[in-house]
Design a protein around this ligand. Structure first.
Ligand code: ZN
Ligand code: ZN
Length: 391
């Protein structure tokens, strides 16, 4: 199998990028999803951003332009959760990982151009979710914190309350059905039905983020009882991307729930060789049954999923052969079939060529890149067709 590695100057990591067209609307058929799961290698678009501006000048807007306009990044925070959402220059942080990742989360956000957080969502007050939030609230101004209405007697919970008070941040306990906007995206609270459950995890705030035809479901450490309430409560759950609740624990992601969500992609935010045994084999099996591809932070590192409102682009920090295999045999076959680039780009002149065009040999190797995708995507990215080969 051949693929193109992108060298990212910010992280000096290799990445694999591919685009997954998503089904539109409701009533998606599994068979259709599998056969339409065309995975393309779409590196030059990102390279363009690197080529035209040094990393420190890379603005969030530029990132959004090349990748689609909503980005949802699942940060690799080991055993924990931290999700950064960006649309139209507005940012939302959902959970922040445990203490040892707190400074990583802050520096990652700075690197992404975050100067202010429109929303911070604390799914619940367990250390692996809340520690990094306290760090982020000290580092960035925040317009609105959404958190569950219960208290714990931990030091990190005290620190959380202190920073909210010190910085005079608006704090709300959201209710199921409430909808908030983030630029052109919107998210709706799907759980908990009520606060005060004995188990901290069962106070987890869950939300469904929608952007155009794409949607993401993120529910902290919600367990099967909460899932039952969501199913019987009639909230919309159907989502393209599902962050496996409670790090893929067997106490979450029931078969019925997975069927209702019917995701194409499941992200599992989990520490390598964690002592909890997350993710559970039962959950992995049930994810496979609904035909979704799996991306795990312990294998892929930080995972970014960008949406243009119709299709999703997945970028992983590390090349993880495992993650592609888990995306299913159909995906792997499609990738094999996509090894021929559709166009050759000149990143300097912003012209695109047919691979057979004689001009291709004249392009300086530093300015040359392969692109697999449509002509329309290139035109939209500001590229012009070569006058010689007229691609
Ligand atoms: Zn928890
Ligand atoms: Zn957790």
């Amino acid at each position: 199998m051949r693929y193109v590695n992108e060298h990212d100057e910010n992280t000096a990591e290799r990445k694999r990028v591919f685009v997954i067209p998503t089904e539109q609307g409701k009533g998606r058929k599994k068979r259709t999803i599998k056969t339409s799961l065309a995975i393309m290698l779409l590196l030059p678009v990102l390279l363009t951003a690197c080529a035209t501006a040094p990393p420190e000048e890379k603005t969030p807007a530029a990132v959004a332009d090349v990748d689609g306009r909503l980005t949802v990044t699942f940060l690799d925070v080991g055993q924990g959760n931290a999700v950064l959402v960006e649309n139209d220059g507005l940012f939302m942080l959902i959970d922040g990982g445990d203490r040892e990742y707190s400074s990583f989360v802050v520096s990652y956000l700075k690197q992404q151009g975050v100067e202010e957080l429109a929303y911070v969502v604390a799914s619940h007050y367990d250390a692996d979710h809340i520690n990094g939030i306290v760090g982020a609230l000290h580092a960035f101004p925040c317009k609105q914190v959404l958190a569950p209405e219960y208290a714990t007697d931990t030091r990190v919970y005290d620190s959380f309350c202190e920073v909210i008070e010190e910085e005079d941040i608006a704090l709300a306990y959201p209710a199921v059905g409430e909808t908030y906007t983030l630029g052109d995206a919107a998210f709706t609270i799907v759980c908990p039905e009520q606060y005060g459950a004995k188990e901290a995890n069962d106070n987890s705030i869950g939300l469904r983020l929608a952007y155009g035809d794409n949607s993401f479901l993120i529910c902290g450490d919600a367990g099967v009882e909460m899932e039952e309430k969501m199913l019987s409560g009639g909230v919309a759950l159907d989502s393209d991307v599902y962050l496996a609740s409670h790090h893929g624990s067997g106490g979450s992601s029931s078969p019925e729930f997975l069927e209702a969500v019917s995701p194409q992609i499941v992200v599992i935010s989990v520490g390598a060789d964690n002592s909890y045994g997350h993710p559970a084999q039962r959950v992995l099996d049930d994810i496979a049954k609904v035909g979704a591809g799996v991306y795990r932070t312990d294998e892929c590192g930080t995972i970014r999923i960008a949406s243009d409102g119709e299709q999703l682009t997945v970028t992983t920090e590390r090349t993880a052969a495992e993650s592609l295999e888990e995306a299913g045999p159909a995906a792997a076959e499609q990738t094999e079939a996509e090894t021929v680039p559709t166009y050759i780009l000149n990143l300097n002149t912003k012209k695109f060529h047919d691979p057979s065009c004689p001009s291709v040999d004249e392009i300086h190797p530093g300015n040359k890149a392969e692109f697999t995708g449509t002509r329309e995507e290139l035109l939209a990215a500001g590229y012009d067709p070569c006058g010689r080969c007229k691609p």
